[in-house]
Design a protein around this ligand. Structure first.
Ligand code: 0PR
Length: 392
């Protein structure tokens, strides 16, 4: 039982305790974290974050300059995603962004007379949509994926009913990194006049730079006429500090569905779920975008994708197979017993995860995984896999 303390403690003692708690976690720098879409933010992101510790984007009278910064970053991201008239907000992350998109889709559906809203997506859709749909009273209908982790567009179309209020596609699923058939899915949504949301929480800071980094990419953003909104998270591959997610709508009219008057005079209507919210994450996003520029993000994408390639080669060299396609930096590694291997890896200090759907060890290759560490990982994986007996 933890009792609320009666007396003040010595500050040094408190600091020491907090240091200990922090130090007992895994460190990205060690390079053994292979399950995380997040990584250590850039130094300048941390610096900018600290400048804004007191900020509150919920009160733009006190922090008026931050509102401008939010608009500026929204516009820059819109420009990156081929839409100079995008409207949006910084939010706490992909979950809140997806919730806001589903809210707008639901409200637009209500206006069309839909009483029992449904959303259609691939079964690989992030679980944040389970949350959003539960909160909003939307029935989430999912479609099975094939061995390449994709849904067939016709199958998705067969799930559309008169109640469908949103169609969702993911540009970089969390589980396998798959970029779904965005264009085809969007065309189906528009054929029926349905709201179309793209969840690029994970892929959003890799895909725009992919071609210039020398890798294949597909259109996923506002360049596709069908796209109504996009989730894109700087706190994932955007090297910013948590919390940093963005929701972008194609235009201001869509965003106007989210408009909650504050009951104080003088404070602007709120367009996010959170009321009191930090501007520190925003400052870190601003700092990263300006300190890297487009070219810096291309280099980041090159680095991550080349390390993924390297690890796949190192695994294949050791007769360890990988499954499905690898659109981004996530690898499905085949194992005789993925859950057991995950446990054995963890005992040796490596954090991997398991894809239940594909019965494979899930590896996320990130900036913090050096080439040497990845080679060491391939070797460790092979050794542990061999302890399980003959491979199938
Ligand atoms: N959409 C997609 C495609 C995502 O990958 C994620 C998160 C979200 C939405 C939700 O975003 P927030 O978590 O920012 O609200 N993807 C990771 C996941 O759940 C998040 C993560 C990151 C998990 C780092 C673990 C970790 O160490 O798989």
């Amino acid at each position: 039982m933890y009792k609320f303390p009666d007396n003040a403690k010595d500050k040094q003692e408190i600091k020491e305790k907090i240091r200990q708690i922090c130090a007992s976690n895994y460190s990205y720098r060690d390079g053994r974290i292979l399950n995380s879409i997040c990584s250590e933010p850039l130094d300048i992101a941390v610096w900018a974050y600290k400048q804004m510790l007191l900020s509150n984007l919920g009160d733009t009278r006190i922090f008026g300059s931050l509102k401008k910064m939010e608009q500026e970053v929204t516009a820059m991201l819109g420009n990156l995603l081929h839409n100079n008239s995008a409207a949006g907000n910084i939010v706490t992350g992909g979950t809140e962004a997806n919730l806001l998109a589903m809210y707008v889709a639901r409200q637009a559906g209500f206006q069309k007379g839909i009483k029992y809203p449904e959303a259609v997506a691939s079964e690989a859709v992030h679980f944040s949509f389970n949350k959003a749909c539960a909160f909003l009273g939307i029935k989430l209908i999912t479609v099975k994926t094939d061995e390449n982790f994709q849904v067939q567009a016709q199958e998705l179309e067969s799930k559309i009913t008169k109640n469908t209020t949103a169609v969702i596609a993911t540009a970089g699923t969390s589980e396998t990194g798959t970029v779904e058939h965005i264009k085809e899915t969007g065309e189906i949504a528009k054929k029926y006049g349905i709201y179309f949301h793209v969840d690029a929480a994970s892929g959003g800071f890799l895909l725009p730079f992919m071609e210039d980094a020398g890798y294949k990419s597909v259109p996923f953003d506002f360049a596709l006429e069908s796209v109504d909104s996009i989730t894109i998270d700087p706190h994932k591959y955007g090297m910013s500090v948590i919390p940093g997610g963005f929701i972008l709508f194609r235009n201001r009219e869509l965003m106007d569905y989210i408009n909650f008057e504050s009951f104080f005079h003088g404070t602007k209507a709120h367009t996010t779920l959170a009321g009191t919210r930090t501007g520190a994450g925003l400052a870190s996003v601003y700092a990263v975008i300006h300190s890297l520029g487009y070219k810096g993000f291309v280099n980041n994408t090159k680095l991550i994708m080349s390390r993924r390639e390297m690890l796949v080669n190192e695994l294949h060299k050791r007769n360890i197979e990988t499954a499905g396609r690898q659109d981004l930096n996530i690898i499905m590694v085949k194992s005789k017993d993925p859950v057991k291997i995950m446990g054995l890896l963890e005992k040796e200090g490596w954090l991997a995860s398991v894809s239940k759907r594909y019965n494979a060890v899930r590896i996320v290759v990130h900036r913090h995984n050096s080439e040497d560490r990845l080679k060491e990982f391939a070797e460790t994986f092979m050794r542990l896999e061999n302890t399980l007996g003959k491979r199938i």
